[in-house]
Design a protein around this ligand. Structure first.
Ligand code: T3D
Length: 262
């Protein structure tokens, strides 16, 4: 029922595939809206306990579809701030707040908003031929979708600013060396690797994993004291879950735990 994305749920894993391969899966308003709808469905489906985000064809996502941004002489420029406010930013917030682990399987070029969409996922795995481009500077824009927040935290100010100002292509292997992504694997095993990891995560204590994610999401703006308090609060919640009880019981009974995600 979608035209610009593919959506599939199997074995507790929702897979969302950006699907405009001819245009390297660049973002139209329709694709943003279909992605938003897919995220809403994932949020409300208790059976989904992990998500994979990937792209169809040779690209992951080339950011904003620039055909939608062509300005004829005399026309008012598009309100790019409004698109961020009303569409991209809510998407990024929604993705980061999802109460389950999200894996980006970066199958090819990830440029502009596409690069930062990937970096907002919890675990980023890239195929060897993938590359990351902070393409914004080349058309007079600034990195968005949280890029100016995320990049310096992942790779440090110097490398982040270099990428943002130069718009250079960062190959997946270098992204791995710089600590920007979790792993880089052969192209032909990327989908399987991401799916295996997601299926594993979907059998784990989902509530606990989402609390871990929450702690890491909040940590960059906290002092150590604030973070210690947050850890106390989140640990209190984790300690009340059925999965925590099951984890301890299974350990003591020397058996594999059967987590329900609650
Ligand atoms: O509201 C707002 O606008 C603010 C929000 C902004 C968010 C942003 O993401 S701004 C950044 C937008 N993205 C870019 O500037 C990247 C533009 N694309 C490229 O630089 C290159 O395409 C790539 C480096 C990503 C890949 O290069 P290459 O040589 O592998 O492929 P290609 O030949 O350039 O692209 C293949 C096709 O995809 C081509 O179409 P065609 O000629 O075969 O019909 C190309 O035009 C199309 N395509 C690629 N990126 C975009 C795109 N079409 C529309 N928009 C794109 N972003």
């Amino acid at each position: 029922d979608y035209e610009t994305i593919l959506f599939d749920i199997a074995e507790g894993v929702a897979t969302v595939t950006l699907n405009r391969p001819d245009k390297l899966n660049s973002f139209t308003g329709q694709m943003r809206s279909e992605l938003r709808d897919a995220l809403k469905r994932i949020e409300s489906d208790k059976a989904v306990r992990a998500m994979v985000l990937t792209g169809a064809g040779r690209g992951f996502c080339a950011g904003q579809d620039l055909n939608d941004r062509a300005v004829k002489p005399g026309d008012a420029p598009p309100d790019t701030g409004a698109t961020l406010d009303q569409e991209y930013n809510p998407l990024i917030r929604r993705l980061r707040a999802l109460e389950l682990p999200v894996i980006a399987a970066v199958n090819g070029v990830a440029a502009g908003a596409g690069a930062n969409l990937a970096l907002n996922c919890d675990i980023v795995i890239a195929g060897k031929s993938a590359k990351f481009i902070q393409a914004f500077c080349k058309i007079g824009l600034i990195p968005d979708c949280g890029g100016t927040w995320m990049l310096p935290r992942l790779i440090g100010r110097q490398r982040a600013l270099g990428l943002a100002l130069l718009g250079d292509t960062l190959p997946a292997e270098k992204a791995l060396e710089w600590g920007m992504i979790w792993d880089c694997v052969a192209d032909d095993v990327l989908a399987q690797t991401a799916n295996d990891m997601a299926r594993h995560l979907a059998t784990q204590p989902t509530r606990g994993l989402s609390l871990i994610k929450q702690a890491f999401n909040q940590s960059p703006t906290h002092t150590l004291d604030q973070q210690l308090d947050l850890e106390r609060d989140l640990q209190r919640m984790a300690g009340k879950t059925e999965d925590y009880r099951e984890g301890v019981t299974a350990f003591l009974e020397k058996r594999k735990p059967a987590f329900k995600g609650e």
